[in-house]
Design a protein. Structure first.
Length: 495
């Protein structure tokens, strides 16, 4: 409500700043544009002419003299008493409130979820899952594509949604971010503690690039958040590199001299990861790692010039989007091949069905590439998978709702360690193009269908469809019961 008093009120300013911080949709209503000397005198009976002149000089009599620059850019609705038609103004307000109502509501919904996640030390159980996560991913893409002038996602929105995506994908990411500690907000131990109670006021170089990537929907592995207490750092970092499509190396005087950064770079090169060097501080060309001599460099160090920063950002995003499907498949195959190797060539981890057929064709094409071809382990893994009988059956097809993802993953991995070949739709990625056909083929080849019983599972249409399809094939259905007392299953699970 715009008036001289509201515009100059510190309490209103605090509320407005909070709304701006959260990128809320702001609708200014002009109620009182300017107060008269008479009105001022009624409120200041002892005021003199000199006091009134001083009051005017400070702009306290006007709603437009001291208003925040953000409000000055917005179209306000005139609700001036005795001047504007209230019916017309009300109709205009209602129309404004109805504009993109669903989009704005989602903005609020995801913001509340993101704040809850942040306030609870970013625990995975507060992330989005299932249909809500998919809706949030669609919403973020819409916000990026349409670039609306209101209710834009905050950095927290973007991080919350992309972290939910990454968690659902078993911590696999599109980007691994490599940087020196000197280019981050604080040293690791301090930074993790401070993030629990207050956000960083000024983004560091690493945080700035991370925010840039998340704002366009990329998932990022960043040790600032992805290393947790108790992790073996080198092992966790290695898994982060293995599970990323791209390796983005932030070049600075500190990073090119850091033994840890160079070790990470060499490991990424050994896995044939796509390396994307990004200059964030000027460096002596002689100190650039020799392995990067023929790699295109993205310049983001001149952050004072908006045009240069935007140009560099566009180049970075374009490179990461180029041939993205190839690097996604390269990553997934690598992660599975490494798992097979670490489990002493456990045959239960080998490729099956549609996934095996897909990677057989993928490998033939990938071996012709001059840049970023498959590594030897991937070739061996696919070759070994192809030696298995084409009619080979699965021991277990696992059915679970995304709410039970943690337990389902542990069960899936434990069964594989016990040499049981398993398929879990949220881990066994269907890359062949037809998800439904791949799932049905897996059910057909499974000896057992293991269902994690929960309210969410039995309300999930996809889970119910898988259960019913298994039932029509007379598959053995085994329930892992988490059913509350008094509850009862129905249909295919009644027995």
């Amino acid at each position: 409500m715009l008036s001289p008093h509201s515009v100059n009120s510190p309490h209103c300013a605090d509320e407005l700043n909070q709304a701006l911080r959260f990128n809320k949709s702001i609708i200014p209503l002009m109620h009182v544009e300017e107060i008269s000397r008479q009105t001022w005198q009624q409120r200041h009976p002892q005021g003199s002419e000199a006091d009134w002149v001083t009051y005017q000089a400070k702009g306290l009599h006007s709603a437009t003299s001291n208003w925040p620059p953000t409000l000055a850019k917005l179209n306000w609705i005139n609700f001036r008493e005795g001047i504007d038609d209230p019916a017309v103004a009300l109709a205009q307000l209602v129309n404004t409130l109805e504009e993109r109502k669903a989009f704005v509501h989602q903005h609020t919904d995801y913001l509340v979820g993101a704040l809850t996640w942040q306030q609870n030390q970013r625990q995975p159980r507060y992330l989005l899952s299932g249909a809500r996560r998919q809706a949030a991913e669609t919403w973020l893409k819409q916000a990026i594509d349409e670039d609306l002038p209101f209710a834009q996602p905050t950095d927290l929105h973007c991080e919350f949604i992309t972290e939910s995506t990454k968690y659902a994908d078993d911590q696999l990411a599109q980007v691994y971010l490599c940087y020196a500690d000197e280019d981050s907000d604080l040293k690791e131990a301090m930074r993790r503690q401070l993030d629990r109670v207050m956000p960083a006021q000024t983004p560091s170089l690493s945080r700035g690039v991370s925010q840039l990537l998340r704002r366009v929907g990329f998932t990022v592995w960043d040790r600032r958040h992805d290393l947790v207490t108790g992790d073996r750092i080198r092992e966790a970092v290695g898994r982060g590199i293995e599970g990323a499509d791209n390796f983005v190396f932030l070049l600075s005087p500190a990073s090119v001299q850091s033994s840890y950064c160079l070790e990470e770079l060499n490991y990424a090169l050994s896995l044939h990861k796509r390396i994307v060097p990004v200059l964030v501080k000027p460096i002596d060309p002689e100190t650039t790692p020799a392995v990067l001599d023929n790699v295109r460099l993205i310049d983001l160090h001149d952050t004072e010039t908006a045009a240069n920063l935007q140009a560099g950002s566009r180049q970075l995003i374009a490179i990461l989007r180029q041939d993205a499907a190839y690097f996604r498949d390269h990553k997934r195959l690598l992660v599975q091949a490494l798992k097979w190797e670490r489990q002493r060539h456990n045959p239960s981890v080998l490729l099956h069905g549609a996934e095996r057929r897909y990677y057989e064709g993928w490998m033939k094409a990938a071996q012709q590439r001059s840049l970023y071809p498959p590594v030897e382990l991937q070739e061996t893994f696919v070759t070994e998978s192809l030696t298995q009988p084409s009619t080979q059956t699965l021991d277990v097809f696992l059915i679970a709702d995304s709410e039970d993802l943690d337990f389902a993953r542990r069960l899936h991995n434990t069964l594989q360690l016990q040499s049981k070949s398993t398929w879990f739709d949220q881990i066994s990625h269907s890359v062949a193009g037809d998800d439904r056909a791949a799932v049905q083929e897996a059910i057909e080849s499974a000896q057992n269908c293991l269902v994690i019983l929960s309210v969410q599972t039995l309300e999930n249409p996809e889970c119910l469809a898988q259960i019913n399809y298994a039932h029509t094939l007379n598959k053995r259905l085994i329930g892992v019961s988490g059913w509350p007392r008094g509850g009862s299953a129905s249909g295919a699970l009644a027995d």
